[in-house]
Design a protein around this ligand. Sequence first.
Ligand code: C2E
Ligand code: MG
Ligand code: MG
Ligand code: MG
Length: 274
Amino acid sequence: RAKLEGGSRIIFFKAVMGETIKERYRIERELRHAITRNQLRMYVQPQWEGGCKPVGVEALIRWEHPQRGLILPGMFIPLAETSDLIVAVDRWMLDAVCRLLGRLERDQQLTRVSVNISPRHFQQPDFVEEVKRKLSLSGADPAQLVLEVTEGLVIGDFADVIAKMTELRAMGVHFSMDDFGTGYSSLAYLKRLPIHEIKIDKSFIQDITTNPNDAALVESIVAVAQHLHLQVVAEGVETPEQAAFLNRLGTIIHQGYLYGRPQPVEQWLEQISP
Ligand code: C2E
Ligand code: MG
Ligand code: MG
Ligand code: MG
C-alpha cells in the first residue's frame, strides 16, 4: 500500500510537471496569437507632479484573453521575457504609445507618455532605428516619450547601452530608471547612464509613513537624485499621508491608486478631451 502511494505520488508529480511545461507552451503560443488577433490592450495610469498637476501617464499592457478575460502583465511578461516573444510584445506597445503621442500632439495636449522597455528589446541592434521610425511615422514629439528601463539592461554590453541612449537622448527622448532601489549598485549606474529620471519602487513608498527605515531610504534616494538633477517619480502612492510625506521632500511626480488606477487608454482620452 505504501508502495502504491509512493507510486501515485510520482505519477501525480509527473502530471503536474507536465502540466507546467504544457501550460508554458500554451501561454507562449496564445500570446503570439494575441498580437495578431488584436487581444493586447494599452492601459494608462496618470502621473501627477507634486500630487496636484497631471503631467503624463505610464502605458501598461493588458491581455484581453477571449476565454480568461483581462490578464495582468505579471502573468505573461516574465514568461515572454525568457524568449524573443517579449520583443514582439514590446514593439506592439511602443507602436501604440507613439500613435497615442501623435494623436496628443495633433490635439495640442502636452502630455508625456512612459513605456516599459525590456532589456531584450533594447538590446535589438535596430532598437534606435525602430524608435526613430515609430516616432516619425506617428508624428509624435520625441520629447514627450519616456522610455522606462531597468537595471537588468546593464548586464549586457554597457558601451552599447550608452551609445543607444545617447543617440535617442539627442533626439529629445527621455529615459527613466524603473523599479529603482530593488536591484544592486544602482548609484554607480546613475552616474554613468544618460537618464533624466528615477522611479522609486512602490515597495519603498508603501510604508514611508509607518516605517522609519523606508522613510530614511526614500529621503536619501530623493536627496541623491536632486544632487544629480534627476527627476523623481514615486510609484504606488495610495494615501494622502504618503503624498504629503513626498511633498515635503521636493517636487516629485506621484503615480498610484490615490490618483487613479490603470484604465483603458480610450477612457482616459475621453476624460482629458475638452
Ligand atoms: P512597473 O513598470 O513598475 O509598473 C507599475 C505597476 O504598479 C503597475 O502594475 C501598476 O498597475 C502598479 N501600481 C500603480 N500604482 C499602484 C498603487 O498605488 N498600488 C499598487 N499596489 N500597485 C500600483 P502592472 O500594470 O500590473 O504592471 C506590472 C509590471 O509589468 C510593470 O511594472 C512592468 O514592469 C511590466 N509591464 C507592464 N507593461 C509592460 C510592457 O508594455 N512592456 C514590458 N516589457 N513590461 C511591461
Ligand atoms: Mg514602469
Ligand atoms: Mg517595471
Ligand atoms: Mg516600477
